[in-house]
Ligand binder design. Structure first.
Ligand SMILES: Cc1ncc(COP(=O)(O)O)c(C=O)c1O
Length: 465
């Protein structure tokens, strides 16, 4: 325990630099086995501790073989952002400062950074300037927070205090979701006591977009409070629900419109893409991620609510010792499900400050251009089909060699590409077909990275013939 913090931080910096310097030359997915990692990291808890420098050196050595290059430029799995240098550095500072972003009195700077970054985000994403903002762990928790605000507001209008009286005996709320709803919205509904199996599903079109004509038919079938969950950015195809048309149906009925825009909401930051989210500002709440397309380190999600009092009422807690500051200050815990909380705002602030409005737009546009490059090169290959309209950063690819089962061939190609380790991408099912999912969400992915990855996919696909 004797090492001075300075030596420890210097050594930690060296280890982090060594990782970043060697990351892209190695395999994107590691070769370590679970047994080797357990052997390296496991064992009984020793009675005696060791020097912190020894701890980080040992941890780094033991964990390194099992790290996935998710921050690298050839990781296309799930929807995974990298870590912008400024955001990573600010996140380190946040750890060194170790502020509790619960109340203003615990960290005035954490509170004000959230206030400032929150207003930048509303501006960048084209949302109402008076919407409330919460800094949460990810889009799942953002969906949960937004839907808790919806539950509060709709039941308040019906004369019911759900925070006090719970859901037993409350007026029923109808929940309508698109047929391609993301599972995290269903998970959020489940946690809020709505039951994921009790939702009404609205037909989606071939790209996964909620069909407004179907919503127009189903929504008026019953009166009473209703929440409509739309989506900006389908997790497979990247497609957008037509938000303007959906809002034109929800608003006259007083239904709450929630938009799950985990990555697609960032289209608002691009002049060339923002037509996809036309009408988004007419919604009542929005959920998105900073750890996806803003390239802020994990974990970092964002929730916005057009009805700040409902947001606060759904989240806020009070106790005598939780001292509130009388001035007009932001109390961060009023807007999130947690009380004590990491000061995530610093990294979000740093990402926005380092990119500026233009830099965010360039990053979003470049990822989409890289996705189109994937689609163009792969689509030219006989026996390969791009399944979706590539409107954003997502590409769905199917391998269809003559005379072979295309599902099996697609799975084999995914496995071969993962095994070659030039890049990493995952699989999915799309319209009852196996497909390869390519998500370009990293700030540093270049044309050369796309080309090397396409070459890897083509090698695997040609081996199927
Ligand atoms: C549309 C959509 N909503 C919600 C989520 C959940 O986000 P998170 O895993 O950051 O909580 C995702 C994740 O991919 C998503 O694509």
């Amino acid at each position: 325990m004797s090492t001075a913090p300075h030596d420890l931080l210097k050594r930690t910096l060296e280890l982090a630099r060594a990782y970043l310097d060697t990351r892209d030359a190695g395999p994107v997915w590691p070769t370590a086995t679970v047994e080797s990692l357990r052997a390296a990291l496991g064992g009984d808890l020793p009675d005696e501790g060791i020097d912190p420098v020894g701890v980080v050196a040992e941890l780094s050595r033991a964990a390194r073989p099992g790290l996935v290059s998710t921050t690298g430029p050839r990781y296309f799995g799930f929807v995974t952002g990298g870590a912008l240098p400024a955001a990573m550095a600010a996140d380190w500072l946040a750890t060194a400062w170790d502020q509790n972003a619960g109340l203003y009195v615990m960290s005035p700077s954490a509170s004000v950074v959230e206030e400032v970054a929150g207003s930048w985000l509303l501006d960048l994403l084209g949302l109402p300037a008076d919407a409330s903002v919460g800094f949460v762990t990810g889009c799942h928790m953002a969906n949960c927070t937004a839907l808790a605000a919806a539950r509060h507001e709709l039941l308040r209008r019906a004369g019911w205090n759900v925070e006090h009286d719970g859901l037993g005996g409350a007026p029923p709320i109808r929940i309508l979701v698109g047929n391609e709803v993301h599972v995290s919205v269903l998970g959020a509904l489940r946690m809020l006591g709505f039951g994921s199996g009790r939702v009404t599903r609205i037909d989606a079109d071939a790209q996964g977009r909620m069909r407004p004509d179907a919503l127009a038919r189903v929504l008026p079938q019953e009166d009473g409070p209703a929440i409509v969950c739309a989506q900006a950015g389908n997790v497979n195809s990247g497609a957008f629900d037509p938000l303007e048309e959906i809002a034109a149906l929800t608003r006259p009925r007083g239904a709450w419109l929630h938009v799950d825009g985990a990555f697609g909401l960032w289209a608002s930051a691009s002049r060339g893409l923002r037509h996809h989210v036309r009408g988004a500002a007419l919604a009542d709440s929005w959920a998105t991620d900073a750890h996806k397309w803003l390239n802020v380190p994990y974990d970092s999600g964002l929730v916005f609510v057009a009805h700040a009092p409902a947001h606060r009422a759904a989240m806020s807690m009070g106790a005598a010792y939780l001292v509130r500051t009388p001035d007009e200050v932001r109390e961060p815990m009023d807007w999130t499900p947690e009380a004590s909380r990491r000061a995530r705002g610093f990294a979000v602030y740093a990402a926005l400050r380092s990119l500026g409005r233009k830099g965010v737009e360039t990053m979003i546009d470049r990822c989409c251009a890289m996705a189109r490059r994937f689609a163009e090169r792969l689509g030219r290959e006989p026996g390969i089909r791009v399944l979706n309209e590539v409107v954003l950063n997502q590409v769905l690819v199917r391998v269809e060699p003559a005379g072979r089962d295309a599902d099996a061939a697609t799975r084999d190609v995914i496995a071969a590409v993962q095994n070659e380790r030039v890049c990493w991408l995952g699989g999915t099912r799309w319209h009852d077909m196996d497909a390869m999912r390519i998500s370009v969400s990293n700030w540093s992915t270049s044309e050369a990275d796309v080309d090397a990855s396409v070459d890897s996919i083509l090698r695997a696909a040609r081996a199927q013939r």
